[in-house]
Design a protein around this ligand. Structure first.
Ligand SMILES: [Zn+2]
Ligand SMILES: [Zn+2]
Length: 262
């Protein structure tokens, strides 16, 4: 029996080696070969750039993005916490590549990586609110439009929330459904019109109306103006939720001298 176990162990080990030989793992940003077995899907040069991005500061409070607590969104003045800066147009930024891969759903390791990092921020949120019991928190997300989900076969906010739920043990509860025909236009609207459009784009699920006294972390990949998240947060608060914090993998930070809205 012990021999048999050893045999299978050796075979599994051989299988893993063969797989690495036939399908070597590559950096998801620059496609460089990854030599050491690692759960981080970035080469050392891209890891360096990723760590530099983690040091980028909020233009308002001058704290690194992951520890910035100054941003508020929507009519409910809800806190927005983010892990990373999203700096549009930077083609060599691993953050942009990670977000792109998440949006298109082609690379599970990008989502795994971002979710692991975001789970640490979830734990910070819980630790920063010692008066709120851990099991009073739930996770939810604003769903992607049905058209976009059909095109890509993927909803990145839902995928991130599901991973976070597994990693933190917090319940993930779908609180919103997207009204049909409400995709794509949001990006082209000004902030007021975005809030208006967001409110008519989402409807609360019956589950969202049973969350009296609960606290919600509203999960998304990127916050640009925060209009969608702000509106969804207000809808939850109106439905009787005790508190909401929007939590995103990244928020848009423009370079100094450009529009400084984040
Ligand atoms: Zn790389
Ligand atoms: Zn700040």
């Amino acid at each position: 029996m012990a021999d048999m176990n050893r045999f299978w162990k050796q075979m599994t080990g051989l299988g893993a080696k063969l797989r690495t030989l036939l399908f070597p793992r590559r950096c998801i940003c620059c496609a460089a070969l990854l030599d050491a077995p690692t759960s981080v899907p970035l080469c050392s040069a891209c890891q360096q750039k990723y760590l530099e991005a983690r040091r980028v500061c909020c233009p308002d409070c001058r704290s690194p993005i992951a520890v910035c607590r100054c941003r508020r969104i929507g009519a409910g003045n809800v806190p927005l916490y983010s892990l990373l800066p999203y700096r549009p147009g930077r083609t060599d930024d691993p953050v942009n590549r990670l977000l792109y891969l998440c949006k298109n759903g082609g690379e599970a390791s990008a989502e795994d990586f971002l979710a692991e990092q975001l789970a640490a921020l979830c734990e910070c949120v819980i630790a920063e609110h010692p008066d709120i019991a851990r099991d009073a928190w739930i996770l939810t997300y604003p769903p992607r439009s049905a058209e976009k989900k059909r095109q890509t076969g993927h909803d990145q906010a839902e995928a991130l929330m599901n991973r976070l739920s597994r990693l933190t043990g917090l319940s993930g509860i779908p609180c919103f459904v997207r009204e049909p025909g409400t995709g794509a236009v949001q990006k082209m609207l000004n902030p007021d019109a975005r809030a208006e459009n967001a409110r008519s784009s989402y409807r609360l699920t019956p589950a969202a109306k049973t969350l009296d006294g609960r606290y919600v972390m509203l999960i998304d990949d990127i916050a640009t103006t925060g209009a969608t998240l702000g509106t969804c947060a207000s809808m939850l608060l109106d439905a009787g939720v005790q508190g909401v914090i929007a939590l995103t993998a990244a928020k848009t930070v423009h370079a100094p001298g450009h529009d400084t809205q984040i």
